[in-house]
Design a protein. Structure first.
Length: 560
């Protein structure tokens, strides 16, 4: 028996048609709940509805009339590149005329530029101002495309009258991929302003993560290197701009000319505040801030640095995320010596090796509503195989792949890293741990030890403690205070570890260093007893001062 909406579940197949299991059965983002069932949303002007809720799930106040979703009487049905909308003539689809393009530094709404063909006697839309790629012509008014609307920052509006009542609206947070409520003053604001949560989710969800898709007539799969075609949650095939195109000086828009500047300020609008936004600098491989005038521009335009970094570093490496330096910039490299052994230099950045990606655990983002889920594949070290997992925007970590084939291709050679008593197991040139046996011996200075999972070559105590000081190389973390053993003076000294590489003469605590390397030989053999609280040899006057396992001796051989 199928579970009802709101009932507990463990898998999608337990729920009614059109629902997904997220701990409890809920309707998919493409459906709305009506009478304990999930009914598919229907756009304005399209047929296929039975209930008004199916229409209102896409556009507020639309109704189902004779099986077709109809706009309210005062609104006109308009076809746009990404679907139908209902608009009061002279306004934009969202937030009335407040989201429209205005002529530079004026209060005049910009009208569509058209070209009249004498031969065919019709009008052809050629753009709005200097931003034809990010604005649509909606009944003669230049309104931002869905891609431009959905990246606008939260704007609660202008100063409200003392008698005005704030209205609850919804905006799409492009950083989290979720719609969030806010209080609208009733004046001004931008186009990222929706009457209902459902309208926000239908308008900005189930489409390109950022930017606008290719028009249908140009959407020939893989015909444009700047776009990637796939079936989205909305069951539509969309050819969306790839991150490297979005994060380029072109900003994910198809323009004939490129400017010398790596970002676009947009155009000023009288009375509008100048905003601080972030863009990806392809030359320096880092995110920088710039002043945005509030309208126009392109999609290389992010609300904060973290959103910029997360989006633009996502595809710098074949898989996984590139290494970041202590300043949180991408770790650039000219050769392997500038990357830690867990990473390799590819395309001038330090990219993770398979083990760094496949042995990584997945985490859930705090204060995040999971929303729609998709099937991903992750490498399980426990089962030594790729397993499917229901993933949402809340699941973070590089160990998740779009297909089982991709997961197996990347992770097939990965093995759990054995833990040696001292130091790290020996690896070959391919950075894979070398296994040993009675017939396959370890190189000099290494011993064949069973680590609990495999036999591996572990460094000997003498080899570890006689290695010279190496501070390592800088990588994605701040420097660390560590300890190394100085064999010349038989003592452990503190040093500043840069974060990656180096050798095994590197201990987290002074006690670890002393217990591993410090020479304090007793006359009958063995080491003197160490105080675990301070790492010093425990002194004594008589045998009663020692535990039953030790005796008091004045002939301990040590060097200071």
């Amino acid at each position: 028996m199928l579970q009802k909406l709101g009932d507990n579940c463990t898998r999608n197949t337990e729920c009614v048609s059109g629902a997904v299991c997220l701990g409890t059965c809920r309707c998919r983002s493409t459906h709305v709940p009506v009478e304990e069932q999930c009914w598919k949303k229907v756009e304005p002007g399209n047929v296929g509805c039975t209930f008004d809720e199916q229409c209102e799930g896409v556009w507020p106040m639309t109704t189902c009339q004779s099986g077709q979703c109809a706009c309210p009487e005062e609104e006109t049905l308009i076809e746009t590149p990404e679907g139908n909308v209902c608009v009061v003539p002279g306004n934009c689809p969202t937030n009335n005329v407040n989201g429209a393009l205005y002529e530079r530094a004026t209060h005049r709404v910009s009208t569509c530029l058209t070209f009249t063909s004498k031969k065919e006697k019709n009008y052809q839309f050629i753009g709005c101002d200097e931003y034809p790629e990010v604005y649509d012509c909606i009944a003669g008014t230049c309104c931002p495309t869905r891609g431009m609307t959905c990246i606008q920052p939260l704007s609660t509006g202008g100063t409200k009258d003392s008698s005005a009542i704030e209205d609850e609206r919804w905006w799409y947070n492009s950083a989290t991929g979720q719609c969030q409520p806010f209080k609208y003053t009733g004046q001004g604001g931008n186009s990222n302003n929706f009457l209902t949560q459902l309208q926000c989710e239908s308008y900005c969800g189930g489409r390109c993560a950022r930017g606008d898709p290719l028009p249908l007539e140009d959407s020939i799969p893989n015909s444009n290197d700047n776009y990637f075609c796939k079936i989205h949650v909305s069951d539509r095939q969309l050819c969306c701009p790839i991150p490297s195109f979005i994060c380029s000086p072109l900003g994910g828009v198809n323009v004939d000319k490129t400017t010398m500047r790596p970002f676009s300020n947009g155009s000023p609008r009288r009375g509008a505040d100048v905003l601080q936004r972030w863009y990806w600098d392809t030359n320096e491989m880092t995110c920088k801030n710039f002043k945005y005038y509030g309208q126009g521009g392109n999609f290389n335009n992010f609300g904060d640095k973290q959103e910029c970094v997360d989006f633009c570093t996502a595809r710098l490496c074949p898989y996984g995320s590139p290494l970041h330096d202590p300043s949180d910039n991408v770790q650039k490299c000219q050769g392997q010596e500038q990357c830690p052994e867990t990473h390799e230099c590819k395309g001038s950045v330090c990219c993770p090796r398979p083990a760094a990606t496949c042995l990584q655990g997945l985490k859930t983002r705090e204060k995040c509503k999971s929303g729609e889920t998709t099937t991903k594949w992750t490498y399980s070290t426990e089962h030594n195989m790729c397993k499917s997992v229901l993933a949402s925007r809340c699941l973070v970590g590089d160990n998740q792949f779009d297909s089982m084939e991709e997961c197996e291709t990347v992770c097939s050679s990965v093995q759990a890293q054995p833990k040696c008593p001292i130091g790290r197991a020996y690896k070959g040139p391919d950075q894979v741990v070398v296994r040993c046996s009675s017939s396959k011996r370890c190189p000099s200075n290494y011993e064949c030890i069973y680590t609990g999972t495999v036999h591996a070559c572990c460094p000997s105590r003498e080899f570890t403690c006689n290695q010279g000081l190496q501070t390592g190389t800088t990588c994605g973390m701040s420097t660390l205070q560590r300890w190394y053993y100085d064999p010349m003076h038989n003592r452990c000294n503190q040093f500043e570890y840069q974060g990656c590489n180096g050798n095994d003469n590197n201990f987290v605590t002074r006690l670890d260093c002393i217990e591993t390397c410090h020479r304090s030989e007793c006359p009958d053999g063995g080491d003197a007893l160490i105080d675990s609280s301070n790492g010093r040899i425990i002194s004594c006057e008589r045998n009663d001062d020692c535990p039953s396992t030790h005796t008091c001796s004045r002939q301990v051989s040590t060097v200071h």
